[in-house]
Design a protein around this ligand. Structure first.
Ligand code: CTP
Ligand code: MG
Length: 228
């Protein structure tokens, strides 16, 4: 970790993992001998362009304090909120860095090269940058389980994380979106509402979000996981 690192990682990890359907929240499920959250946090702890790793956890979390990363001096922990963006706002308020890279706890596959590329773009200007995937499949507009029409996919992207912004600008944009009553599913959507145009940085490596049990199965096989 370089002294001049300008960016904090901000990791929302306060969800309950309803769609995973397991009693243990998905960020604490095992992936190649460690929890998903540790795997994710270590990607940033091992990157010398990251200053601190701020993790928002659920107010009723009893697991975080027993993880080895909990005693790392570069890790800052705070309470999350009732939705992802509220957890992100809380973590941003516990950061002091000029830039932040917001990354879902549930994306433990992020590669160092994709992280470095999105940092290169995000640390460049006020609009920031997000990791994204160009839409590969044919896209349908559906209604009641039937195809209404085919949506041209040339301009469609799937938003991933990390999403890298100037911390103060992002905090202001998230608070504005919140006060406007807008649904905020990622940081870029709040920035767009405030008139910014975050750069789309195409991901080169797998970086899917562990949402359903089959996602964890795929992540485990990519890690060659025989342990859990
Ligand atoms: N998250 C959070 N605070 C919340 C809700 C979600 O910090 N109130 C975090 C999750 O822990 C996860 C990330 O945001 O790392 C992405 O959210 P998602 O994949 O939707 O996780 P969950 O909300 O836990 O899952 P589900 O929607 O299936 O309940
Ligand atoms: Mg959720």
């Amino acid at each position: 970790m370089k002294a001049e690192a300008r960016t904090d990682a901000v990791i929302p990890a306060a969800g309950v993992g309803r769609r995973m359907g397991s009693a243990t929240p998905k960020q604490y499920l095992c992936l190649a001998g460690k929890s998903v959250l540790e795997r994710t946090a270590e990607i940033f702890l091992n990157c010398d362009r990251i200053r601190r790793v701020v993790i928002a956890i659920n107010k009723s979390d009893t697991r975080f304090s027993s993880l080895p990363i909990a005693s790392d001096p570069r890790v800052v922990v705070c309470d999350g909120g009732d939705s992802r963006y509220l957890s992100v706002i809380s973590a941003l308020e516990h950061s002091t860095a000029p830039y932040v890279a917001v990354h879902d706890a549930a994306r433990p596959l992020l590669s160092t090269r994709d992280l470095e590329t999105v940092l290169d773009y995000g640390e460049r200007d006020d609009d920031g940058a997000i990791l994204a995937l160009a839409m590969a499949d044919t896209v349908k507009l559906g209604d009641e389980g039937r195809c209404l029409r085919t949506v041209p996919r040339e301009k469609l992207w799937r938003a991933l994380t990390p999403q890298v912004f100037k911390r103060e600008i992002l905090l202001k944009a998230l608070r504005y979106a919140d006060s406007a009553g807008q649904e905020i599913t990622d940081e870029a959507s709040a920035m767009e509402l405030s008139g910014y145009k975050p750069r789309l940085v195409e991901a080169r490596d797998p970086n899917f979000k562990i949402t359903l049990p089959q996602d964890l199965m795929i992540a485990r096989s990519l890690f060659g996981d025989k342990t859990c």
